[in-house]
Design a protein around this ligand. Structure first.
Ligand code: PXG
Length: 450
């Protein structure tokens, strides 16, 4: 044990570390990466700079989070000023002004009647918090038998035990034991046979929501606390809700006293050309989980936005009693709150949500212009999101899309792949010329792929 700095001692610098072994990287093929690392050393606007000095066009807003673009002065300054002024304040039984201001700002952006915000440090924590609030709410309103949670196949809700339990990704679940009890899943809504090459929401598939009736018939409504879905599933390859699907889920939940949670970690803060997917789709859930774009990715932060009735149900009993036994050391951290306030200012000043909506038709045309290129079997889009599904190489799932990722990176474009699906989600500041550049480059890569 020592506090010496092994990197500095070797004469190497942090810009060019010579030993990559110690860092166990998340969701990464560690051994492959460390043989040929891809390091990003700086970022500005729409671009990263790689460690070998190349400009990389950011097709993914980092990981779906840098919605305002990189290095925005207002956000940088807000964080710098905040760290000097108040670095940390205890989160329990104490407060600091910015986090209250931020909660009000978020409530103002959220659908009507959703005026209370619980802060976390990530999307995963927001999801686990929302699931706990759902079960606790059923308890405080006298429906303690409602403990069951319903997720969806191909859903991604982060990596906490709650999130992977309601999530529907086999690799994220199978190594981790029995997960939490009393969870069931709706079927996913992805159907290439009926919906391939849909522009925006597919016309077919609202009836997938009726599967919730089947689960209610199986388990009884009196055992079900909540349903959680992503309005648009991002991580599993940009799966859009069929027209009428979310509306029908809302109806069925209402009929049976089941809470509806929208996981808007990706769809929040302008990605769909609106504050939230709830607004875009005209369906109001009981809770919204969010993160990522909340601070434009600059400081980690997540949140659960809660409908008034849910919050108010907890505000009873003796005033000196803690109403919800849940929270994190860094809930509403001053740096995150400052970054989020500045991000929300930036979104408003530049009308970035409106800009995303305006740019979406141009984006849609660019996406669908890839039709007919080798290996492409579906193209999907909504807001500033695209999904490009490739035919898998027989016996080697994921290999083709990963090869596309490597080749794009070599050519100066950052894309994201999941299975054999390419997902694009650029910062909302993207220009038309950069959309052209992005899809031009991608088309070249697709044409040359094995
Ligand atoms: N819910 C949703 C809908 C998400 O997309 C999380 C929860 C978890 O958030 P945290 O902050 O705990 O990671 C997410 C995260 C990808 C990708 O490339 C997506 C996410 C994270 C990393 C990569 O698809 N989504």
């Amino acid at each position: 044990m020592s506090l010496h700095d092994p990197v500095a001692e070797t004469g190497a610098s942090y810009d060019n570390p010579n030993d990559l072994a110690a860092f166990w990287m998340p969701f990464t093929a560690n051994r492959q990466f460390k043989q040929k690392p891809r390091m990003l050393v700086s970022a500005k606007g729409m671009h990263y700079t790689s460690h070998d000095g190349r400009r990389i066009l950011d097709g993914t807003a980092g990981l779906w989070c840098v919605n305002a673009g990189h290095g925005r002065e207002k956000i940088v300054e807000a964080v710098q000023n905040q760290v000097r002024e108040l670095d940390y304040a205890p989160a329990f039984q104490m407060g600091h002004p910015k986090v209250f201001a931020l909660a009000s700002r978020i409530a103002a952006l959220a659908p009507e009647g959703m005026n209370h915000v619980f802060f976390t440090n990530s999307g995963s924590e927001a999801v686990d918090s929302a699931l706990k609030i759902a079960i606790a709410y059923q308890n405080v309103r006298g429906q303690a038998s409602r403990t069951r949670l319903i997720g969806r196949e191909r859903g991604y809700h982060g990596v906490g035990f709650g999130g992977i339990s309601v999530g529907g990704i086999v690799s994220n679940r199978r190594f981790f034991g029995p997960l939490i009890n009393g969870v069931d899943h709706l079927p996913h809504t992805h159907d290439l046979e009926h919906n391939a090459y849909s522009r925006g929401q597919p016309a077919w598939g609202a009836h997938f929501a009726d599967e919730l009736e089947r689960l209610v018939a199986l388990h009884d409504a009196s055992t079900i606390a909540a349903v959680i879905v992503e309005p648009v599933a991002g991580s599993t390859g940009v799966l859009l809700p069929p027209k009428g699907y979310l509306e029908r889920l809302r109806e069925i939940c209402d009929r049976h006293g089941i809470l509806l949670i929208f996981d808007e970690v990706i769809t929040g803060f302008g990605r769909l050309g609106s504050s939230f997917g709830a607004e875009r789709f005209g369906v109001t859930p009981d809770m919204i989980t969010c993160a990522k774009g909340l601070t434009s990715g600059v400081v980690p932060m997540g949140a659960v936005i809660v409908r008034d009735e849910i919050h108010d149900a907890f505000m009873q009993g003796p005033e000196g009693a803690i109403e919800l036994f849940h929270g994190y050391t860094y809930s509403g951290h001053p740096l995150a709150a400052a970054a989020a306030l500045a991000a929300l200012d930036t979104y408003a000043e530049d009308d970035l949500f409106g800009r995303a909506a305006e740019m979406a038709p141009y984006w849609e045309d660019a996406v669908h212009a890839l039709k007919g290129l080798p290996h492409v079997i579906d193209l999907r889009n909504i807001g500033l999101i695209a999904g490009i599904e490739l035919e898998s190489i027989s016996g080697k799932p994921t290999a083709r899309a990963f090869e596309a990722f490597l080749r794009c990176y070599d050519k100066g474009l950052l894309i994201r792949t999941t299975g054999d699906i390419i997902a694009l989600s650029p910062p909302l500041i993207i220009e038309k010329s950069q959309i052209d550049e992005m899809f031009g480059l991608l088309a070249d890569v697709l044409k040359a792929l094995p």
